[in-house]
Design a protein around this ligand. Structure first.
Ligand code: SF4
Length: 66
């Protein structure tokens, strides 16, 4: 999420978005179907994991895990 997007949300909304993002990434079973179907071979599972790490760090930095 880029800064211009972040500014559109309240802190409370950002916390919810971060928690939902982490939870949704944990549902990825790394089947690879999205990568196979993507004409650009975007590495979706890897990107999801990277984003989840960013959100986890955000939540941890603000003591909002759980
Ligand atoms: S995000 Fe991609 S790799 Fe993960 S479960 Fe969905 S289709 Fe499979």
């Amino acid at each position: 999420m880029v800064k211009s997007q972040v500014r559109r949300f309240s802190p409370k909304q950002l916390i919810l978005i971060a928690k939902e993002a982490v939870a949704s990434v944990e549902r990825c079973v790394e089947c690879g179907q999205c990568v196979e179907k993507c004409p650009y071979s975007v590495p979706v599972p890897d990107m999801l994991k990277e984003n989840a790490e960013i959100f986890r760090n955000f939540l941890a930095a603000h003591h909002l895990e759980g």
